[in-house]
Design a protein around this ligand. Structure first.
Ligand SMILES: [Zn+2]
Length: 246
């Protein structure tokens, strides 16, 4: 087992994504303090990670100094869909807004997973290549996920199979073996604040939402029982203990 970055995936070369754990984060407009906390956690863990960025901050430069970190974009199309042009008045302008935050980025995941064939072609036109806009649960099913090449272009679709808040919504058990036993692509997605809070149900997150920008208060509200932060640590230990037999 090893860690990987989304932009290392080549669908035809299974060694680039099999027996590999992909850790991703949707940055979700967090404060610099919380961004720093995430970067420290990644550094201390020695893992590779892909961060889908939402806004410009000096912390992006810190992230870029770690070769284990890939920066992608996390565009929010909800405003445009509701007739609000704060990020741009059409698809191209919204993508440009986010591309300017991470000009070298080639991976993307829309906020709320907004996707369409028109959006995919627009992302491709802007030099993006890796689409992480699909969530496909494997827990309770017997299929195997693989990355695939999107029709009509060169976009690589890389679906995630686990996300911290979705785990809590489904009320899945925190039993890593049940997820690791699935062969194929394994992309885990975390959010900084849910990780900080170590949530194990969505009520915890909803109660803490008013303090979204207050790292001290969030730490105070942290769930002391088993939650997504313990699960994060377990994933890291699992990878480190499982030899790469490829
Ligand atoms: Zn988001």
């Amino acid at each position: 087992m090893k860690f990987g970055k989304i932009n290392e995936i080549q669908p035809a070369l299974s060694h680039t994504w099999e027996k590999t754990i992909f850790i991703t984060f949707d940055i979700e407009w967090v404060t610099d303090e919380i961004f720093d906390w995430v970067l420290n956690k990644i550094n201390q863990s020695g893992i590779k990670a892909t961060l889908f960025c939402t806004h410009y901050t000096d912390k992006l430069q810190t992230a870029k100094s770690n070769n284990n970190i890939e920066l992608g974009i996390h565009p929010n199309f909800n405003y445009l869909l509701n007739g609000n042009f704060r990020y741009g008045k059409n698809i191209d302008e919204v993508i440009t807004f986010y591309k300017n935050i991470v000009p070298e980025g080639t991976s993307y995941r829309s906020h709320c997973l907004t996707q369409s064939t028109i959006l995919t072609r627009a992302f491709e036109k802007h030099g993006l290549k890796y689409d992480c806009n699909s969530f496909i649960p494997v827990y309770g099913y017997n299929y195997t996920l693989e990355p695939w090449l999107d029709f009509g272009g060169e976009i690589i679709k890389a679906p995630m199979f686990w996300e911290d808040d979705i785990h809590c919504m489904y009320k899945w058990p925190f039993d890593l073996k049940l997820f690791m036993k699935h062969a194929g692509l394994k992309i885990f997605n975390f959010h900084p604040v849910t990780l900080l809070l170590n949530i194990n149900d969505m009520d915890k997150y909803n109660q803490a939402k008013p303090f979204y920008n207050d790292i001290a208060k969030l730490k105070e509200l942290k769930n002391t029982g088993y939650g997504v932060s313990n699960f994060f640590d377990e994933i890291i230990q699992y990878v480190k203990k499982t030899p790469d037999i490829l």
